[in-house]
Design a protein around this ligand. Sequence first.
Ligand SMILES: Cc1cc2nc3c(=O)[nH]c(=O)nc-3n(C[C@H](O)[C@H](O)[C@H](O)COP(=O)(O)O)c2cc1C
Length: 385
Amino acid sequence: MLFDFIFRQLRPLIFSGDAETAHERMLTIVESISKIPGLIPLLRRQFMEEHSVLRTQLFGRSLQNPIGLAAGFDKDGRIHPALFALGFGFVEIGTVTPYPQAGNPRPRLFRLPEDEALINRLGFNNHGASEMAELLASTLKRFIPKDTDIFELNSNLTANIASGMLGINIGKNKDTLLEKASDDYVSCLSMLHPYADYFTLNISSPNTEDLRNLQEKDALRVLLDSVCACRDKLDQNHSRKTPLLVKLSPDLDETALGSSIRVMKEFSIQGVIVANTTVKRPELKSKQRNENGGLSGKPLQKRSTEMIRNVFQKLGTEIPIIGVGGIFSGADAYDKIRAGASAVQIYTALIYEGPGQVRKVKRELAKLLNEDGFSSVSDAVGVDS
Ligand SMILES: Cc1cc2nc3c(=O)[nH]c(=O)nc-3n(C[C@H](O)[C@H](O)[C@H](O)COP(=O)(O)O)c2cc1C
């Protein structure tokens, strides 16, 4: 495959420089070439490979497959049409905050190649919710007929540009006091409501001071109270039903996890994402292992799967879980599904393995499901829990 081949040839060059600079260059190149007429369909032809056993339902909507892109890869929503063309069933953009912010000083993203991991302390660098809204509006316009009122489209907005769901991951600005955090989430939700197939509340990034305290029961109750009320009102005004998800940290202990889940059950929450990056440091080999920040990739894999199992035991099938952390193969995705995830997401593996990774994971997962006699993903959800 042409694009896979190009990635493999360029990989040593890409990996020789600073990790964040390489990522930014990739975003700029993909953003520019995406505008070339015919390029997205070409990407789709190269990468799309669907398997009937992978077709599934999430939040009552149909997905071609349960493999999604995790938040943080495309923080501003610059290249999501190209990302859908790689074959993802859903793509989550963000984390976006109400106002633009620069994030932490560089360097703040590190490769740990011997561990197939990354450490980042980016700190929600993003262009802000208002710029994201403008960008999404103009992207939609390129794909839908002129003069269409976006509120008149059917519930799945991105069905118009791709056969998948677009999630928007929202957070709070660094300077916003924790007691005022709800205002930031409400503000992002209000600005971006027309464009999201679902929203994720990021209350688990380790790189914004105190953010993870929002997982604590009293703070979480205040947050969910405001955000759910805002979502319900916007949905009612526009005859939609927008799922709200909460993304959790893998560093929560059993007691804290239990109380967060109990609070979530009090509200109309449609999904839980397990998990964000960890500040824990299992044994690591790479030179950059002592950098501060959130660790992702292979070293997170086991912890995230155990946490999915734990959350599934607490939630059952009541609220779907999206499993994320160290998925490099179909077998890794399958483990998380069997532990209780209804769908999964990938980030770090895409950095190491390149754009063919999505097709590979889907092919391997379909084979495993077929071999074990499952006729769909949903039949395998939680069978090991
Ligand atoms: C460089 C980088 C930036 C990230 N930024 C975000 C973010 O903005 N919001 C978020 O919810 N998660 C963010 N994440 C966490 C991922 O979405 C994911 O939860 C985590 O990396 C585990 O998945 P993985 O092992 O497949 O990478 C980021 C991860 C990385 C590596």
